[in-house]
Design a protein around this ligand. Structure first.
Ligand SMILES: C[S@@+](CC[C@H](N)C(=O)[O-])C[C@H]1O[C@@H](n2cnc3c(N)ncnc32)[C@H](O)[C@@H]1O
Length: 254
């Protein structure tokens, strides 16, 4: 049980007979409150309430800001995302490419619904976006994506399609070769593991999720490590991301 006493400035956690009390201004209290906030946000579908340049984007804003930091640091030539939905995330990456005057975006989805396709094709940033329809792990789709990356170009990959462990593992095996050393492949939505018991979840999410796929992938691929992108600016106490993407950033080191 978590108790937040704003008058006393204390956060109390009672679990398995243990009682821990943290000053509200501590990193520990922030972590406890953030976990509760993430859970309440999940139940309320908070991430289903944002747009980017007119298109719905199903992401937590902090994840978008952190990803912007990574994209600006890596300066990729091609940003690839599996899982388009309404296209807001593709437009987000394209807007960064436009501002950086570098890079373009490739999006893959098993079904690009016609209102989403039409809205994307009419979007002012569409010249920077290529859409590919098909399953992200279909070898023909993977080779169409490969063909989008020229020799020596830097790739950065985001996996946000089907979130089963097996599917994400297959995507990691298919797309990790497109990631350049120093760049990342991101296995999004590992939060599923922590949401078991909440609405719209399944009991097997405890193990059947992108985070477990990421852990298994790096265990057998020594050229890749799970590495938190560093905070590029931090004058506060907080050193951990508040995120839907725990253990998600897989960096190519070899
Ligand atoms: C969570 S949504 C993507 C959200 C989007 N990236 C955003 O940030 O707004 C997941 C998408 O993955 C797609 N999808 C599911 N299975 C897939 C597969 N096997 N291959 C490609 N896309 C798939 C779904 O059609 C859906 O549009």
């Amino acid at each position: 049980m978590i108790t937040i006493d704003l008058e006393q400035g204390l956060v109390t956690v009672e679990e398995n007979g243990n009682r821990l009390q943290h000053p509200i201004g501590s990193a520990e209290a922030f972590e406890v409150v953030s976990k509760a906030w993430l859970r309440s946000g999940w139940d309320n579908k908070h991430v289903y309430s944002f747009t980017w340049f007119g298109r719905p984007i199903i992401q937590l804003p902090e994840d978008m800001v952190r990803l912007q930091e990574v994209i600006y640091a890596v300066q990729p030539d091609v940003i690839i995302e599996t899982g388009i939905a309404h296209g807001g995330s593709l437009v987000f990456y394209a807007s960064l490419c436009k501002a950086m005057e570098r890079g373009r975006v490739v999006g893959i989805d098993i079904e690009i619904r016609s209102p989403n396709r039409q809205a994307l094709e009419a979007h002012p940033l569409f010249p920077l976006i290529t859409l590919i329809e098909g399953s992200s792990i279909d070898p023909e789709v993977v080779s169409r994506v490969q063909a989008q990356i020229g020799p020596g170009e830097t790739g950065l990959v985001l996996l946000d399609s089907c979130h089963t462990k097996q599917h994400v593992l297959s995507e990691l095996n298919a797309y990790a070769p497109l990631v350049s050393p120093g760049s990342y492949i991101v296995a999004m939505d590992g939060i599923m593991e922590d949401m078991v018991g909440a609405p719209r979840t399944e009991p097997d999410w405890k193990w059947n999720n992108p985070r477990q796929a990421a852990l298994e992938f790096v265990a057998v691929n020594p050229g890749f490590v799970i590495e938190e992108p560093p905070f590029l600016f931090n004058e506060g106490n907080i050193t951990e991301r508040v995120t839907y993407w725990p253990s998600a950033f897989i960096k190519r080191i070899g």
